[in-house]
Each structure stands twice: as C-alpha cells, then as structure tokens.
Design a protein around this ligand. Structure first.
Ligand SMILES: Nc1ncnc2c1ncn2[C@@H]1O[C@H](COP(=O)(O)OP(=O)(O)OP(=O)(O)O)[C@@H](O)[C@H]1O
Ligand SMILES: [Mg+2]
Length: 248
C-alpha cells in the first residue's frame, strides 16, 4: 500500500492531490465502516426478530384493539430503529453534505455520535464545551468532517483503553472559529512534532496507520485558509488547535 503510494508521490501528477485525499479518506472510512458494521450487526439481529415477530402477531385473528395497537407501535418503532442503523452506514458514504457554509458544532456532534461507541468501548470519556452562538465557517461540511475524524481518531488511538477527550469550540482570533481537541494520551515527543504533517510519517505498526491522516488534515485546512497547531506533553496528552475562517 505504502509502496504503491510512494511511487505516485514524487510524480506530482495533476490528480495527485485528489488521489491522496481519496486514499486517506477510504482508509479512514474503511476503519470506521468496520466499527459501524459491528454496531449495526449487534443491533440488526434483535431488531429483525422484533419486526418479524410483531408482524406475525399482527396477522393473528381475534386480537383486542389494545393489543393490536400496542404491537403495531412496537413494530413501527423497531422499523424506525432499523432505519437508524442504516443511517449509521450512510455516514461513511462520500457524497452529500455539500454547501460552502458549515456549522462546526453540528459536524462535531455528527462525528461524536459516530465515534461515541468506540470511545465507550475503550472507557474514554468525552467532554464537550461547544459554543452554540458561533457563526458558520467558509468550508464544505464533508471536509470538516474528515478533519475532525482524523484528529479524534488519533486522539482515541493515543489514549488506548482509558482517558478523556475534550472538545471545545469558540471564537478564534480575528474572523475565525476555533476548535480544540485535547486528549490525555501518550503525548508527542518534541523531536517528532516537526514530522507530524509529513506524508507517511507514522509511529503506528503496519496495518494500524498509513501516516496520512495529519498530512491530509493540513492540506484540507490550507485549502480553506484554516490553521492547525499542536501542543503536547509526553505522558500527559496533546491538544490540536484549529482555526477556520468565518463565512462572509
Ligand atoms: N493525539 C495524538 N497523540 C499522540 N500522537 C499523535 C496524536 N496525533 C498524531 N500523533 C502522532 O502522529 C503520527 C502521524 O499521525 P497521522 O494521523 O498523520 O498518521 P497515523 O495516525 O499514524 O495514520 P493514519 O491517520 O493515516 O491512519 C501518529 O503516528 C502518531 O505518532
Ligand atoms: Mg491518524
């Protein structure tokens, strides 16, 4: 995988940027897709039992109006839940969510709704301090989603099996919105910090990381006029601070 990509990189073809982004996106989505599949799998089995059992009851003759109404409701709600699990899967699709103005809190909530299960599994607490009076930012929601996923996934991975994840949104300097993602993970040694945004730089084992997450994140931020900065202490944790330009 990495070798194949390395061949593409020095070439600097016209589509290089698009391709890198796509590859990193697919990698991330494949990982998320696996987690989502786990949740959906666990939910779908009992849900389909509920749906078909209630349908069978409703086909019976001689039910009282009350029983019929209650079972009908159970059937309706179980169907609704089944739709919801499908919704989890559509999150990992690439299309949709266009538009050039984005509510960062909304995107953050979507990303969290999606990663909450993974965090819970690892005993990671999520603490939010979001300012809901923020203006919209000038960027496409899908791009922002990708940035948050990359950073939150890194944070979760850095904490392993316990910790705290803090998410803050506020007004930034000048006409910007600021987002901070803090973890209580292993931290980043000072000598590594300068390499973080280099393509393929990773400290994770083969199959665990491609080293493209932060590179792509930086590229996406550059493209929309945003910034990223990192503050870290080994053994204590890391904070990534982002700024996004406010929409006109
Ligand atoms: N929150 C963090 N805490 C500690 N180290 C981090 C954190 N975020 C990034 N890093 C370090 O930066 C490296 C590069 O991160 P990046 O997201 O670019 O790649 P990756 O996570 O290794 O792989 P990929 O994101 O492509 O799956 C990581 O391997 C890790 O060493
Ligand atoms: Mg990463």
């Amino acid at each position: 995988m990495v070798n194949g990509l390395a061949k593409v990189l020095p070439g600097k073809t016209a589509d290089e940027e698009e391709m890198l982004e796509l590859l990193a996106f697919n990698e991330k989505m494949a990982e998320l897709g696996k987690m989502a599949a786990g949740v959906v799998h666990e939910l779908n089995t009992p849900l389909s039992v509920i749906v078909s059992a209630t349908q069978m009851i409703l086909r019976e003759e001689g039910l009282s109006d009350f029983v019929r109404e209650m079972v009908d409701r159970i059937n309706l709600e179980a169907n609704r839940l089944a739709e919801l699990t499908k919704g989890v899967l559509t999150f990992t699709r690439r299309e949709g969510g266009g538009g050039e103005e984005t509510d960062v809190n909304q995107v953050m909530r979507e990303v969290l709704a999606f990663l909450r299960y993974e965090a819970q599994k690892r005993s990671i607490a999520i603490l939010e301090d979001l300012d809901f009076r923020l203006p919209y930012i000038a960027a496409e929601a899908n791009r922002i989603k990708q940035i948050f996923i990359n950073l939150v996934m890194n944070a979760i991975q850095a904490m392993g099996h316990s910790g705290k994840l803090f998410l803050r949104s506020s007004r930034g300097p000048e006409s910007t919105v600021m987002v901070q993602i803090t973890d209580t993970g292993m931290g980043i040694p000072a000598e590594i910090v300068e390499h973080l945004f280099t393509p393929f730089f990773t400290t994770k084992g083969p199959g665990e990381g491609t080293g493209l997450g932060l590179y792509v994140t930086k590229r996406l931020l550059d493209a929309i006029g945003g910034t990223i900065a990192v503050q870290s202490a080994v053994g204590e944790g890391t904070t990534f601070t982002l700024t996004f330009p406010v929409a006109e």
